[in-house]
Design a protein around this ligand. Structure first.
Ligand SMILES: NC(=O)c1ccc[n+]([C@@H]2O[C@H](COP(=O)([O-])OP(=O)(O)OC[C@H]3O[C@@H](n4cnc5c(N)ncnc54)[C@H](OP(=O)(O)O)[C@@H]3O)[C@@H](O)[C@H]2O)c1
Length: 250
């Protein structure tokens, strides 16, 4: 058992949060890297009753938190922000301490991807954010909403009608945000894969079968995309599997 009472096993040994962080560390933090993290049921559902919470397990939550502490920016599609009712992202004290010890800013930046910008600038996600959030949007976004959001966030343009996901890593790296972590959602993930922008997929398989109804963890209209990924590790805890896949060199 670890300090938080969750037994994450690798070859039979329980892992501490620091050991989990080591397992998910990238080889070179200076190289732009985009990681996504998703949870799925055994039969491929990306939600339970429309939300991820019903698929979550303590082990998934634990890795979810560790992944936040490793990155420079957390990037989320606006649909997930609206559906999940995201509040301001603020890492807890142990995570802040860990980040300081590793030379990182106290808190990662929170970023939202949206074309329509149906986002309320008065939302706590902006007003209570520990660091100024970013909004990644497009040139066709409504100008008034863009201006209103620019009061509370840095608004970045990355495309005409859709955010060009192939540009995201370099766009953010120019701002010193090199390690990019995405927590969803399915349409944004689909676009990331279409743009060949994904370096790593962390996938939790939750020990539930959901049956038909829920969508997958990728959505969108582009088909025929196939990327081979290499399995970097498998962790397990009480029926939950935590898989880490990384991009294979071309
Ligand atoms: N299983 C999991 O791990 C997981 C993770 C996250 C979310 N979810 C679930 O997924 C559901 C939400 O699905 P979703 O597909 O709507 O989520 P999403 O991908 O986060 O949101 C889609 C919205 O994000 C914006 N967006 C995404 N890609 C874009 C691009 N390339 N350019 C411009 N804007 C872009 C658009 O916002 P605008 O409409 O504002 O333009 C789009 O309507 C929820 O039920 C949530 O619980 C599951």
């Amino acid at each position: 058992m670890t300090e938080s009472g969750i037994s994450l096993l690798e070859g039979g040994a329980a892992l501490s949060d620091d050991e989990i962080a080591d397992l998910y560390a990238v080889a070179d933090r200076a190289v732009p890297w985009l990681r996504v993290n998703f949870v799925s049921s055994i039969d491929g559902a990306g939600t339970h009753n429309g939300l991820t919470a019903g698929l979550g397990t303590p082990a998934d939550k634990r890795v979810f938190d560790v992944l936040r502490r490793l990155c420079d920016v957390v990037l989320v599609g606006a649909g997930t922000v609206r559906a999940e009712g995201y509040g301001p992202m603020r890492l807890d004290e142990p995570a802040v301490r860990w980040r300081r010890e590793h030379g990182l800013a106290d808190q990662p930046v929170f970023g939202i991807v949206s074309a329509g910008l149906e986002l309320d600038p008065a939302d706590r996600i902006f007003t209570d954010a520990p660091v100024r959030p970013i909004v990644v949007t497009v040139e066709r976004a409504p100008a008034e909403r863009r201006m209103a959001l620019a009061e509370v966030a840095d608004v970045l343009l990355a495309g005409e009608e859709h955010v060009d996901t192939a540009r995201i890593r370099s766009l953010l790296a120019k701002r010193g945000l090199v390690q990019v972590h995405s927590e969803g959602g399915p349409h944004f993930f689909g676009d990331l894969l279409s743009g060949d922008a994904v370096d790593e997929i962390c996938l939790t398989i939750s020990p539930f079968a959901e049956g038909p109804g829920a969508g997958r963890i990728t959505e969108g209209t582009r088909t025929g995309i196939q990327r081979r990924m290499a399995l970097a590790h498998v962790l397990s805890s009480q029926g939950t599997l935590l898989l880490r896949y990384v991009r294979q060199p071309a």
